[in-house]
Write a protein that binds this ligand. Structure first.
Ligand code: ATP
Length: 446
């Protein structure tokens, strides 16, 4: 398998219209990325696959799409205002800011389980300087939520935040869903949408962005049965990762030790993946107990209890949360699919994407674009395939060899060429991206 570097992915993503730097034309805005035509399609395919796997194919899942701006009490009750912080230190000469744990990690020292004071001590003991070689300040905490004001009055009451996770929009709608649908426990509420974190040092392409997309489930259970639900969602997550085409041997479970878990979590498994930047978190599954619903109940004064149908048995449900980041899934998919090989003595780059994820499923070309009868026939085939699959591309740019190269690089599994024989018997040539083999088939069989 090709040893893939992050730079290979970044340059292919830009060159072929998957992902561009956000606000590029004005010099960019750090930690933001714009999806181009192919990136939008790939991202949508990943998100739709998740939706099908975790929502449509299950009987116990409900969906919400909550507002991004929420009442500030949401973030006070959830603890984000006080505790959604990262340790920040500063280069004392040029005042560049860094995440203290990242500074340690980059020097091969694991910050896991360390307090901020212990991290500062490790920096001092090891004589670690900033990346520019200057002394570092002591660390302080930095809240990662983007603060804003809602409405025309700028005072304490108008403060709001761009949501740093989609989860709270699910918890605040728990009672609404129960009151309107009264589902049996256990059941889940799923949501996909944007989340925003003012990361101190966004890096590694889309892996650590300031604006990103999450796919989250809050799965509500009777606390006596949390373990079964946790195990089932973990197994289902592995099935989903296989559907993304990620090889099992690159996927690792990390049972997060108590000292590194969020204080409300009784168990967390991080799913790590061998990215080109190393083994890093792809997603997490956490048993969040009744922490969130309990906080909402306490701060809002409204009951979050669930009554088992036909009984007086009431309790605040506990929650298992599988939380996926779309950008990290996309990076895992791209880095798994990236391949380099040699065809007819020439280096070739291609993306071996699974057919159901490929942004373009079929590319259709006339053999010669100056022959109207070939173009007309090719348009016919193109239209029929497009009506069937949607993501089909018309490609008559350059010679056939160039077209194949371009389609290989964007991961198109099949290139269909219409030639003179098509005019006689409706057969077309179809070329396989991975083997580069071509065969003649009945055009109507596609
Ligand atoms: P990390 O430790 O890498 O900062 P986290 O533990 O803070 O991640 P969670 O709060 O558990 O992340 O968020 C759930 C998921 O959202 C992560 O597993 C990841 O896929 C995604 N995610 C979190 N932060 C970012 C980010 N800045 N950019 C892209 N995806 C992110």
């Amino acid at each position: 398998m090709t040893e893939v570097k992050l730079d290979d992915i970044v340059s292919l993503a830009k060159r072929r219209g998957f992902i561009y730097q956000g606000s590029d034309v004005y010099g960019g805005l750090s930690g933001t990325w714009d999806y181009g035509p192919l990136g939008v399609q790939l991202k949508r395919n990943i998100m739709n696959l998740w939706w099908k796997h975790f929502v449509d194919d299950r009987e116990d899942m409900y969906a919400v799409d909550a507002a991004i701006l929420m009442n500030q009490k949401v973030w006070q009750a959830s603890g984000h205002v006080d505790t959604f912080v990262d340790p920040l230190c500063e280069d004392t000469v040029n005042h560049r800011r860094y995440r203290t744990d990242h500074i340690l990690k980059d020097k091969g020292i694991s910050p896991d389980g360390m307090t901020m004071e212990q991290m500062d001590a490790a920096i001092a003991e090891n004589g670690i300087k900033s990346p520019d070689g200057n002394p570092l300040s002591e660390s302080r905490t930095f809240n990662m939520m983007f603060k804003t004001n809602v409405g025309a009055t700028f005072d304490e009451n108008s403060i709001s935040y761009l949501r740093p996770e989609t989860a709270q929009g699910i918890f605040t709608n728990f009672k609404n869903v129960v009151d309107t649908f009264y589902p049996d426990l256990p059941f889940g509420i799923a949501q996909q949408g944007k989340a925003f974190r003012n990361e101190i040092s966004p890096r590694d392409f889309v892996f650590r962005s300031r604006e990103f997309e999450q796919m989250e489930i809050e799965y509500f259970v009777n606390p006596e049965h949390w373990q079964e639900a946790f195990d089932e969602l973990l197994a289902s997550t592995h099935d989903f990762l296989r559907k993304l085409g990620l090889p099992d041997e690159k996927v690792h479970e990390l049972d997060v030790p108590a000292e590194d878990r969020a204080h409300y979590s009784k168990k967390t498994i991080d799913i790590e993946f061998d990215f080109p930047i190393g083994k890093e978190e792809l997603l997490g599954i956490a048993y969040r107990t009744d922490f969130d619903l309990g906080n909402i109940q306490r701060v809002s004064g409204k009951s979050m209890e669930y009554t088992i149908k036909g009984t007086n048995d009431k309790f605040v449900p506990h929650v298992i949360e599988p939380s996926f980041g779309v950008e990290r899934a996309l990076m895992a998919v791209l880095s798994t699919a990236y391949r380099e090989d040699e065809v007819n003595g020439e280096k070739r780059t291609y993306l071996a994407l699974p057919e159901h994820l490929a942004p373009v499923r079929y590319a259709v070309s006339p053999l010669l674009k100056n022959k109207p009868e070939l173009v007309e026939k090719a348009r016919e085939v193109y239209k029929a395939l497009k009506a069937k699959y949607g993501n089909v591309m018309w490609d008559d740019n350059g010679n056939i060899g160039k077209r194949y190269r371009r389609q290989d690089e964007i991961g198109t599994p099949h290139c269909v060429v219409i030639d003179f024989q098509t005019l006689e018997d409706d057969t077309v040539t179809i070329r396989d991206r991975d083997t580069t083999e071509q065969k003649r088939v009945d055009g109507k069989s596609l």
